[in-house]
Design a protein around this ligand. Sequence first.
Ligand SMILES: Nc1ncnc2c1ncn2[C@@H]1O[C@H](COP(=O)(O)OP(=O)(O)OP(=O)(O)O)[C@@H](O)[C@H]1O
Ligand SMILES: [Mg+2]
Length: 266
Amino acid sequence: MRGVDKIFETTSGHVQALDAIDLTVAAGEFVSLIGPSGCGKSTLMRLIADLDAPSAGTVSVFGKTAKQARLDQEYGIAFQSAGLLPWRTVAANVALPLELHGVASAARSGRVAELLDMVGLSDFADRYPDQLSGGMQQRVAIARSLAEQPRLLLMDEPFGALDEMTREKMQAELVRIAAETGAAVVFVTHSIPEAVFLSDRVVVMSPRPGRIREIVPMRLGVDTRRAARTEELREERGFFEMVTAVREALHGETPVTAGPRGVETR
Ligand SMILES: Nc1ncnc2c1ncn2[C@@H]1O[C@H](COP(=O)(O)OP(=O)(O)OP(=O)(O)O)[C@@H](O)[C@H]1O
Ligand SMILES: [Mg+2]
């Protein structure tokens, strides 16, 4: 993203959601976005995914426009709300991107079974989304986003509705999958430890209008490769040091003056 601004025109005037965003994510890199509610994280993700257009600046994905990248199905997307199709079963939801891409039926069902197993939902393949809990729906959305082994995964608080145990398990799985497939990941979270555990770099944003306040590289000890991100990491000193670094960047020189967290102004 180069010099990206996003301004929303509303009846009560205009809302500057993003201001002069410059961000480059390398192929295979894992980058998390963290910042107060309403600072423009979801907006930024929607611009990368070509679900909305910037007011100024450019977004390019693998050297193409965001639109072309979307048409070429370079993305896997798991956003804040699961966004499942209620009339399709769990298995059929996960199979959708494969269907759209013309994957043969036999290969499709094999892949769907593998993905459902990974997110622990094998027994729910024939259920419908409204028969699942919120966290289970999110896991279906995660499985669907991984179906095609995209080169770029866009995940907006995908683990928000999960219990702590499942969340840590999914984090470990995601690290493994990203390393295995070499996918780049842009990941939004409100959890500092989650960002530290997962990321190569953590992008800390300021309250609206969203700007990049600081980009904190994760230095988690001698071997910072993702393969080394095991459960033990969560208890290591380097991990706590990085949590502190991100927390300090987040609270920063300028105090967070936005409204109470979680309160949307829209
Ligand atoms: N379609 C829209 N029309 C008008 N304003 C919008 C629109 N979408 C977002 N906004 C505003 O842009 C700002 C950024 O919203 P965004 O959803 O990107 O925040 P966020 O960082 O994802 O917050 P959260 O952590 O709560 O998910 C907010 O002030 C919001 O009210
Ligand atoms: Mg959001």
